[in-house]
Write a protein that binds this ligand. Sequence first.
Ligand code: HEC
Length: 166
Amino acid sequence: MSRTELLAAAIETHQFRTKIVHVSSDLMRNFLLCCIGALFLCQVQIVLGSERIYNEQELQRGKYLFQNKCAVCHGQNGEGTVTNWQQRDEQGKLPPPPLNGTAHTWHHSIPVLFRTIKEGTGSLGGSMPAWDGELSDDEILLIINWITSLWSDEIYNTWRDKIASQ
Ligand code: HEC
């Protein structure tokens, strides 16, 4: 998949529905700005801006796939399975990190997360297995979608606004 196709697919799996909510909340804010006072509007924007919409069916599918394929190394809810995910082993390899927003994962864009899951990190000297052939592209996107649902609003919003589509 090319980068553009990937983002288009992510939009299809509703990864970016929240972005649409975000944009419309900006429109809403401008509209309200004309009508009411700036103070009230700040509050409205904070509430609308942090709204996150997930399709429940897609979320459950992503969770199911994750718990069957990934949880053995990354924990049932992405909490990780090691005490220190930054501690390399004797071969210099990193252990599986938590994916629930407490480690580094949210610093990666959708294309990077997608590639990491599809191709693994073997070629980079790591030990994350490749899932190409085992999971379809759509399934990978559904898993990424579910992983992002584990993140706090603060982390999710930063990722969505600055990192997701890089
Ligand atoms: C056999 C253990 C194992 C399984 C199973 C596994 N992973 Fe990993 N994963 C790892 C390891 C080890 C790393 C760290 C690799 C590295 O840094 O090179 C990693 C890294 C990652 C990263 C990058 C995290 C970051 O912060 O950079 C993501 C995303 C990820 N895995 C997602 C998944 C998903 C999704 C699945 C299931 C489809 C999965 N992993 C299954 C071992 C595993």
